[in-house]
Design a protein around this ligand. Structure first.
Ligand code: ZN
Length: 135
């Protein structure tokens, strides 16, 4: 009888209560961890972005403005330029820039080697004649 009275104070939980509690705790734990990871990731992202901008704006990638257009603009417009999708005025700016900017000449050779070779080898392309006319 005494055993029985003791056991009644420790009633068995209804099925699923413990697993429900554990999943709830796990979920909470996961949420906290996610929040912590998200915080770390956002701090890292900010640091990397700031570092990238710092490197970009200082020595690593110089900005020249030959032909009235900046290196970064030339790089951005390069796919459209090579595809022939640009305004004639923009194309002329880029041609002038490419003729004078060693940085962008190197960029084209590295990023678009096939196009760099093509524009050097084929003399009947308007791009090449424009660039050649500058020399
Ligand atoms: Zn340039």
């Amino acid at each position: 009888m005494t055993n029985d009275s003791k056991s009644t104070t420790w009633e068995a939980c209804p099925q699923g209560t413990l697993s429900g509690l554990t999943t709830g705790l796990k979920r909470q734990h996961r949420r906290e961890e996610l929040r912590r990871v998200a915080g770390v990731v956002s701090v890292l992202l900010i640091a990397v972005t700031a570092g990238w901008y710092a490197v970009r704006s200082t020595g690593d990638r110089p900005e020249f403005h030959f032909g009235g257009i900046a290196c970064s603009e030339v790089h951005q417009a390069m796919p459209a330029y090579l595809a022939g999708d640009l305004d004639e005025t923009v194309v002329q700016k880029i041609d002038t820039h490419l003729a004078e900017c060693p940085h962008c000449q190197k960029y084209i050779q590295e990023m678009h080697p096939a196009n760099a070779h093509a524009s050097v080898q084929t003399s009947d392309q308007p791009k090449t004649t424009l660039v050649a006319a500058r020399f």
